[in-house]
Write a protein that binds this ligand. Sequence first.
Ligand code: NAP
Length: 313
Amino acid sequence: MKILVTGASGLVGSALINEYQLYSMYNPMDEWIFLSSKDGNLTKEDEVRSLFKKHQPNIVIHLAANVGGLFKNMHKKIEMYEDNLLMNTFVLKYARLHKVQKIITMLSTCIFPDGIEPLTEAKLHEGPPHPSNEGYAYAKRMMELHGRILEKDHGINCIQLIPTNIYGPYDNFNLDDAHVLPALIHRCYKAKQDQVPFIIKGSGKPIRQFIYNYDLAKIILYSVYESIPSGRYICSPPSQQEQTIEQVARKVASCMDYEQAIQFDTSYADGQYKKTVEPNIAFSHIPFTDFDEAIKQTVDWFIAAYENHTARI
Ligand code: NAP
């Protein structure tokens, strides 16, 4: 079996690289191919064609994407739309032409219609996404359609995972385009270094769910090795584990012993207030890492990587 992973140098791909050989069904005869943008630019059809011709995969795990937090989504809409639409279209097209048996794709809870609760997999197209990330969201929604056509008309087992906010070691901690949790970690670290207030952008009131990248890697491995029907699967801890941004910021600051310095800057946008989801029961046997423990591991990883100059900042 040849398993091709796009976007393997990112947050999710790095966790997958650390986890795949530990999985109970791992078979050393399988060949895993981990790609990053250094192996080819997936927005270019010629390069995607060559990668598929070279590797001839049986299973594709498509992680690659142009990803970013609220501010990147708001300010680079055209890039988020075009890059993701092109990458997804070419990867799924060549997966079809090479007759792969299974494709695992990554959608996101942030591409759902704004203001609908509770969100379920079936409601993905029942209204426009939040305007702040509509470029990224519509590109992902088109991949969902593409995958659904591949499963219905071409018999490819297409498992479309819908994670909530992902975090963990190997995240993008660049303050210009990071997601909220890595941005909080980096900003708290810098604030403590400079002995200045730890500023939270926005009111701290929005509510979010978070999944640890190692837990998501286990879900992906289960999807590779087990027989799962085609479809869309929300991947998230249950709604009882929702956190406000303020709670997350306090946990981060407490890991760095800098909680007393928190201040809120309400001149910044809050984004979508709430987007509660419930996890799909297909993966309910996979335990979620305790949030406080996972935050601590991520903070410790960031501090070590920052000081070794290996963090993505
Ligand atoms: P990430 O850390 O930003 O990594 C992105 C990966 O995509 C990197 O390996 C990058 O390669 C590759 N890539 C980007 N542009 C490329 C291009 N033009 N050609 C080839 N490769 C390219 O992303 P992630 O957080 O692991 O996200 C993985 C998947 O989960 C994505 O599909 C994302 O949309 C989805 N998702 C993420 C979140 C989240 O909170 N992070 C939430 C829900 C869903 P280089 O390292 O070489 O640049």
